[in-house]
Design a protein around this ligand. Sequence first.
Ligand code: GDP
Ligand code: IMO
Ligand code: MG
Length: 436
Amino acid sequence: MGVTIVGAQLGDEGKGKITDIYSEEADVVARFQGGNNAGHTVVVDDEEFKLHHVPSGAVRGKPAVIGNGCVVDPEVLLGELDGLRERGVDVEFYISERAHVIMPYHRVIDGIEEDAKGDMAAGTTGRGIGPTYEDKVGRRGVRVLDLLKPDALREKLEYVVPTKKALVEEVFDVDVEEAGYAEAFDVDSVHESYLEHGRRLEDGVVDVSELLNRHLDEGDSVLFEGAQGTSLDIDHGIYPYLTSSNTTVGGACTGTGVGATRMRETVGIMKAYLSRVGTGPLPTELENDIGDHLVEVGEEYGTTTGRRRRVGWLDLPMVRHAATLNDFTGAVITSIDVLDGLDPVKVCEAYSLDGGRLERMPADMDDWSRCEPIYREFQGWSDVDWSNVESYEDIPDPAREYLEYIEDEVDAEFYAVSVGPEREQTIIREDPFEQP
Ligand code: GDP
Ligand code: IMO
Ligand code: MG
C-alpha cells in the first residue's frame, strides 16, 4: 500500500522526522516533488541528518527514490549521497529518468529575479527551483536522461543557454562576465560537467513509475515523502510567495507515476504552532517575546538556508484548507513540547475580514494581509517531562485539550504526537500502514 506524507502548513513541519519513523515499515521511500529547497531533519541518538534531495527513509537503509516530479541538482545530490556513505549510511538509490535537472543558469536566474521582483519576491532558497520548473513547463528543460546522451544534451544547451544569457543581460541588465557567472553560461563547460554527473548517476537512473508499481504489485509498502507544505503549493498556496510544485497529495501521483487509488493513506504533518521562511503576509506572526520563545526553544532556523524562521500561533484557516485539499486520513502534530511554558496558548480559529468571519484562508494575498486573527485561548502547561509520557492518555490535560480541539478542526485523528526532535521522542497512536 501507499502512504503519503504531506506538510499541512508552510514547510518545516517535521516531515523528515516522521518519514524516518514510518520508514521502519516501508519497503521503499520516494520523494515526488521539489528539490534541494527542502531540508528534512532526522535525529537518531543525538546524530543529526539534514537531507535535501535524498528521501529521509535512506537513514534506515530503505531504498530511496527520487520521482519524476522532482528537480535535482546533481552536484548537491551526489555530494549528499557521498556524505551519507561516509557516515556509514549506504544508500540504495534510484532516480527517475524523467526528473528535471537544475542547471547552473537556473541558480543564477533564481537570484537575479528575486532581486528584481521587489514585493513579489518569495524569499526563495536560491537553489534554482522556480527557473527549473519554468523550463520544464516551457518544454525546454534538461531531464536526467539527457545527461546520458552527449549529443542530445549539447543540442539542448545550444538552444537554451543563449536564451538564458540574453534574459540575464538584456532583460535584467546584468553582465554575465562582470558578475562572475560566465561559467554558468558556457555551453562547453556545462556540457562537460553535466555529462560527468550523468556518468556518476547512471546506475540509479530508472523508470520510477515501473519500479514503484512493481513494489506495490508485490504487496510492498511505499512511503511518499512530500516536501514543503500545502500553503506553498503552486496552485493552492499563498501565490506568489510559494514554491513551484504541487506539494499537495496529487503531486505524489503525478510526481511518481502511481495511480491515485494506490495512495491509501494521506498523513498531514503539522507543527503545533506556525513557522515560515520567506516573505509575504503572516496573520498570526509573533514579533515579540513569545515569538522569541518559539524560535529559541524550537530552534527555528532554516535547515536549508539557516535563516531565522518567522513564527506565529497555529493558523487553523490554513490547516483546514490543507485538510480539505488533501483529505487527510490521519495527521501528526509535532513540536508540542516547544509550547511548554507559554500561558495562554492561542490558536487562530478564524479570521476577521471587512466585518465578516473567514474559516478558510483566502486566495488573494491582499485580503490575507488584512485578515485579523480571531484567537481562542487555551490554558498553558509547563514542566512536562515528555520522556515519561508514553501514551496519548498520559499527555497532561491542558495539552490534551489543545490537541483534541485541533484534531476536531482538522477532522483527522492524530496518529502520533511528536514531543522532541529525536526519533524516540514520539507518542505513537496509530500506524498508517495498518489502517483498514
Ligand atoms: P521538515 O522540512 O518538515 O522535514 O522539517 P525541518 O527538519 O526543516 O524542521 C523541523 C525541525 O524541528 C528540525 O530541526 C527537527 O529536528 C525539529 N523537530 C521535529 N519534530 C520536533 C518536535 O516534536 N519537537 C521539537 N522540539 N523539535 C522537533
Ligand atoms: P521543507 O521541505 C520551508 C519557501 C521559500 C520561499 C518559497 C519559494 O524543508 O519543508 P523556492 O526555493 O522553493 O523557490 O522558494 O518557498 N520554501 C520552504 N519553506 N520549508 C521548505 O521545505 C521550503 N522550500 C521552499 O522560503 O518562500
Ligand atoms: Mg525543512
